[in-house]
Write a protein that binds this ligand. Structure first.
Ligand code: PXL
Length: 276
């Protein structure tokens, strides 16, 4: 079995089962040496708690990058999620150049919006900066809201396949390579993922279990990256990640105290089985 070293850059939400507290265990369970670069430290995520603390770690990044350069530390892939600031995006772009091995994969989850709205810490300046990162990446995993912000297309709750095709076309025109568009639903009670890879479009549909479960975007993206790095194609990885995320939502459902994230840890063994 290959043993790969990946870097993931996203926030530490101390409580809330999202970003690094999800990515690190999932990527490690998939067999990857996982280095982390925290973009910010929050007391908890920003969706649904009464407030949150936020320590931006942007200014630490250039020194971390210099130190890694001095040690000649290089990664076979970089996977980014929720970032701390607009300025940070420039630093992340630089790290993607200086800290990668030749042929390293750049995987960008824009992680900035959902349900037609930006998350509370972001504005349009951030969206503009994020465009560079997304359209320069090898693979990006936006949800429909994020793809709309990135392309300027109108966000719709109800749509048909022509709308999704236009969204994918606009992403491609702007420079996107492989696009894994999440939360694409054509039928009541169903949702799925549309994968555009090497000009080929494939859709994987599954049951829609609950509305807007927190942290599932990060569970999905992390499982996708884990499966991809273990040699699956983008479509296979998208399917595995969808099946795993659905299992996690099902496992969490019915526990009203667990509204802030999904119980993904007890099902890591199932994810590993799906990948092997
Ligand atoms: O899951 C995305 C995410 C990551 N990090 C923080 C968030 C969110 C979503 O709200 O608030 C801090």
């Amino acid at each position: 079995m290959s043993y790969k070293r990946i870097l993931t850059i996203q926030d530490i939400s101390c409580v809330g089962q999202c970003s690094l507290t999800v990515a690190l265990p999932i990527l490690s369970a998939c067999g990857l040496e996982t280095a982390i670069l925290p973009s910010a430290v929050l007391s908890n995520h920003t969706a649904g708690f009464t407030g949150f603390t936020f320590r931006d770690l942007t200014d630490d990044m250039p020194d971390i990058e210099k130190q890694w350069e001095k040690e000649n530390l290089k990664f076979e892939a970089v996977y980014t999620g929720y970032l701390g600031s607009t300025k940070q995006i420039d630093y992340v772009e630089s790290i993607m150049k200086t800290s990668t091995l030749p042929g390293a994969l750049k995987i960008v989850d824009p992680a900035m919006a959902d349900g037609g709205k930006l998350y509370p810490t972001f504005d349009m300046e951030y969206v503009e900066a994020m465009k560079k990162l997304v359209f320069d990446a090898d693979i990006t995993l936006p949800n429909i809201t994020e793809a709309c912000f990135l392309t300027g297309m109108e966000y719709k709750e109800e749509y048909d396949e022509a709308y999704i095709d236009e969204l994918l076309q606009k992403m491609t025109d702007a420079g996107a390579k492989t696009v894994v568009l999440t939360g694409v639903s054509f039928a009541k009670g169903k949702t799925g993922v549309m994968v555009l890879d090497n000009g080929k479009k494939e859709y994987y549909e599954h049951d829609k279990i609950a509305k807007g479960c927190h942290g599932t975007g990060d569970v999905y993206a992390s499982a996708f990256v884990g499966a991809l790095m273990e040699g699956k194609s983008a479509y296979e990885a998208a399917k595995i990640a969808a099946d795993y995320t659905v299992m996690c939502i099902q496992y969490t459902q019915g526990d009203p105290d667990h509204w802030y994230g999904v119980k993904f840890e007890p099902l890591l063994g199932d994810l590993i089985q799906m990948i092997k």
